[in-house]
Design a binder for this molecule. Structure first.
Ligand code: ADP
Ligand code: TRP
Length: 339
């Protein structure tokens, strides 16, 4: 990480749950701290241009943007140390995108996951392949390449689904560099978010916890709502005394993702020895969820009520990001237009 530039993009996705917290929010913030400690540069941005592909209601979009910014601030992202900004505050990004378009084979887009998934969904519903697919979605990887290449990024931490997009950014940069015979653009690498635990949903369906499956424990809801979700976690009818393999107990699976290690061991032992019933362990999980989120919830509510402060933080981020993107854009324009 020494002297490396690490960049993460997040989409504004709405009310966060435990899966988002342990699978995305916490790892991104912790990684940011590590990068900064090692003397590197950490950029983190909200991908609002990407969001308009799907969300056309400005009121909903604005609310989601505000929420995602406040979530990251609440869990400890330091906007004075990390460069934290909104994509749409950096006009160099669409300019760079336009240049990249001319060097991107159309075939790359046909093969990109986000587009292919949308086509598959249309086919499954018996609709025409390109039904409701806009150019924003089709060319998603080029905008994402601009996001990355604009800052001479070394490393992009991603989940599995985004690896292909980083590879496309790298390929586009490589083609431009080889056309001009010099390193105009830095070739980025992805780093797979390791040990990313996939938190299962509360419905016992074996599906991951996900807003779209409606099987989540929300993190910023009030206690009654969190309790309702925890107590609705699917259990079976085995009595307390029956020794259980903790890995067969869904409450334990979710507990593992949020509780400290000693507490996790305690629950495992209690289940193995038949000393903990489902009511007990649900209460333990409820406490763990509240412990993991209480402090952040207060901060979240503070930031949500102080929009101006949050906007100023994002503007500060943009003012640090733009000079970097401007330099890269200049480098590109000079080469492309022979200036
Ligand atoms: P959802 O599936 O609820 O719509 P998103 O797709 O918006 O969540 O995911 C936002 C981030 O949270 C992604 O980085 C994703 O990998 C992570 N994430 C979502 N669900 C889980 C889960 N159940 N376990 C771990 N990480 C998750
Ligand atoms: N496509 C990413 C996602 O769906 C978000 C994103 C947009 C991104 N641009 C990026 C991530 C650049 C990393 C780098 O989660």
């Amino acid at each position: 990480m020494q002297n490396k530039t690490v960049l993460t993009g997040v989409k504004p996705t709405g009310t966060p749950h435990i899966g988002n917290l342990v699978g995305a929010i916490k790892p991104a913030i912790e990684l940011g701290h590590k990068v900064l400690e090692a003397g590197g540069k950490h950029l983190m941005f909200i991908a609002d241009y990407h969001a308009i592909n799907a969300e056309k209601d400005p009121a909903v979009l604005n609310q989601k943007l505000k929420e995602i910014a406040c979530i990251y601030l609440a869990f400890g992202l330091d906007p004075n140390k990390s460069v934290f900004y909104k994509q749409s505050d950096i006009p160099e990004i669409p300019e760079i995108t336009t240049i990249l378009f001319s060097y991107t084979p159309k075939g790359f887009m046909n093969k990109a996951h986000a587009y292919k998934a949308a086509v598959d969904k249309n086919r499954a519903a018996g609709k025409p392949d390109d039904d409701l697919i806009n150019m924003g979605l089709y060319t998603y990887p080029v905008l994402m390449a601009a996001d990355i290449l604009a800052y001479d990024t070394d490393i992009v931490p991603v989940g599995k689904d985004q690896v292909q997009h980083v590879e496309i950014a790298r390929d586009i940069a490589g083609m431009i560099n080889s056309h001009y015979g010099k390193e105009l653009l830095k070739l980025p690498e992805y780093s797979l978010t390791k040990n990313a635990v996939l938190v299962p949903g509360i419905d016992g369906s074996k599906m991951k916890m996900s807003k779209s499956s409606n099987n989540v424990i929300p993190i910023f809801a009030d206690k009654a709502e969190i309790k309702k979700a925890v107590f609705s976690i699917k259990t079976d009818s085995r009595p307390m005394e029956e020794p259980k393999n903790p890995d067969d107990v869904l409450v334990y699976e979710i507990y593992k993702a949020v509780a400290p290690e000693d507490k996790v061991l305690e629950m495992a032992e209690g289940l193995r020895q038949g000393k903990l019933g489902y009511g007990h362990i649900k209460n333990m999980l409820l406490d763990a969820v509240l412990d993991a989120t209480l402090d952040a919830k207060e901060k979240y509510e503070y930031y949500m009520a102080h929009e101006k402060e949050v906007n100023e933080m994002l503007e500060l981020g943009a003012s640090k990001a733009r000079p970097i993107a401007t330099k890269v854009l200049e480098r590109l324009k000079n080469a492309v237009f022979g200036r």
